[in-house]
Design a binder for this molecule. Structure first.
Ligand code: SF4
Length: 92
């Protein structure tokens, strides 16, 4: 679920520091009666993570160049103004 996000962060980290990340972590605030934080840890990214990541980026840029809209649902859809209108209409 977080693969693209984590791989993008790892790539930027490596570019900025010239070092490999020791690992990756997603921290989620859980809104229970007594709020708590959940930690999800992942290993450093591999070549295959970066291959998949740049395939996605390349495809996205190609779609933009062709002015194609390709539905890519994700977490951002929950906060998107287009989720009940133009986005759904584009799929029809
Ligand atoms: S609902 Fe918004 S964020 Fe989700 S795919 Fe459509 S345009 Fe993109």
């Amino acid at each position: 679920m977080h693969q693209v996000q984590l791989t993008a962060y790892a790539y930027l980290f490596r570019q900025l520091t010239d070092e490999l990340e020791a690992g990756l972590e997603i921290r989620s605030l859980i809104k229970t009666k007594v709020p708590k934080i959940e930690y999800h840890r992942y290993a450093a990214r591999t070549d295959s993570h970066f291959r998949r990541f740049f395939q996605i980026v390349r495809q996205y840029l190609d779609d933009l160049d062709r002015a194609d809209f390709v539905y890519r649902p994700g977490f951002g859809c929950t906060m998107c103004d287009f989720r009940d209108g133009p986005c759904v209409a584009a799929l029809a």
